[in-house]
Design a protein. Structure first.
Length: 129
């Protein structure tokens, strides 16, 4: 198994409410139903490592409870090249949209994903450690 941990930090004024979750052949992909404002969640993510891992995939979408925005985390393994993506195209930042962004994949590391802001603008940062 190719595993890492996602630390998802909610620094917005809204709770993150899980609105959709799906996975296919993932070893670990279990997101919490709610991440309250000012809180964080550590989420283990594990890709299946084997003969049929080239079509592993998953999605998790969070709605900002009380707001009108949402974001999605996606896992893909084209040709066994494991990847995580962030799609924040619904989060506005000074009139600009956050496009789908490759977060990468580093085995046995932690991905920190920090989302901050209000309905007038969001800041999204990520780094591996």
């Amino acid at each position: 198994m190719a595993e890492a941990t996602l630390l998802l930090i909610n620094s917005t004024i809204y709770d993150f409410q899980l609105s959709y979750q799906h996975q296919y052949q993932m070893e670990n992909w279990d997101f919490p139903a709610l991440i309250a404002t000012g809180k964080s969640a550590q989420i283990p993510i594990g890709f299946h490592h084997g003969l049929y891992s080239m079509d592993d995939g998953a999605e998790a979408t969070y709605s900002l409870k009380g707001g009108s925005s949402q974001f999605t985390l996606q896992a893909r393994a084209p040709d066994r090249d494991f990847r995580l993506y962030f799609d924040g195209s619904d989060l506005q930042n000074d009139g600009h949209l956050h496009p789908r962004e490759l977060l990468g994949w580093t085995v046995n590391q932690k991905l920190v994903l920090w989302i901050s802001g209000t309905n007038t603008g969001y800041v999204v940062r990520h780094f591996w450690r």
